[in-house]
Design a protein around this ligand. Structure first.
Ligand SMILES: [Zn+2]
Length: 198
């Protein structure tokens, strides 16, 4: 976790997003998820507009670094999609998440935008899609966190430990922020919830 990241309020984040949209973007931000903390919505939005400071971008802006390699796989860190979707270390996590969510293995997580679009296009209720999408968004956030942990603190995380953290975090968000409160951990662990989230 990036400890320098202040916890912004929902109002602040929304204001910032809408201000930005008025000035630069016409379309509405459609990926806001009210079950997630504001800072994670803010992160996902910044991913969407490519404002995440990956190393190649920093170099373009003239910021000198020791190297421009991905701290986890040591290939060039060109885009945020490398960190979140393409890095071999991230692919491992996505596979486990897709498996846990009981989605078909062809689910397209090859970029952030594609993963969100995929979740939006799933067959099922609004609540179900919102839940799956929350998992996609939480996965993106945790992969960025894992990258930062390796980059700044030298902490190497296993795919399993990242997946466990995603499950635990999103369980808490659902319990505290959604109207779906009947979920118990034993079933959540197995994502066996389709009779609860219809
Ligand atoms: Zn990598």
């Amino acid at each position: 976790m990036n400890s320098n990241w202040e916890e912004p309020s929902v109002a602040t984040v929304k204001e910032q997003i809408y201000k930005h949209m008025e000035s630069e973007r016409e379309e509405e931000w459609k990926h806001w998820n009210s079950w997630m903390p504001a800072k994670i919505n803010y992160f996902i939005w910044r991913v969407g507009i490519e404002r995440i400071p990956v190393k190649t971008e920093l170099r373009k802006r003239g910021i000198g670094l020791d190297d421009y390699l991905c701290p986890r796989c040591r290939s060039e860190e060109k885009t945020v999609n490398h960190v979140i979707s393409e890095c071999v270390e991230s692919v491992i996590v996505w596979r486990q998440i897709i498996d846990w969510l009981k989605l078909p293995s062809v689910a397209d997580t090859s970029s952030c935008e594609k993963a969100l679009t995929y979740a939006d296009g799933l067959k099922g209720s609004i609540l179900w899609r919102k839940t799956v999408k929350m998992e996609m968004q939480a996965t993106m956030w945790h992969l960025w966190k894992a990258r930062n942990g390796k980059e700044f603190k030298g902490i190497a995380r296993t795919g399993e430990s990242i997946v466990e953290e995603i499950k635990a975090d999103t369980f808490l968000w659902l319990k505290s922020r959604s109207k779906v409160k009947d979920i118990v951990w034993e079933r959540w662990e197995d994502f066996n919830i389709r009779d609860i989230i219809k």
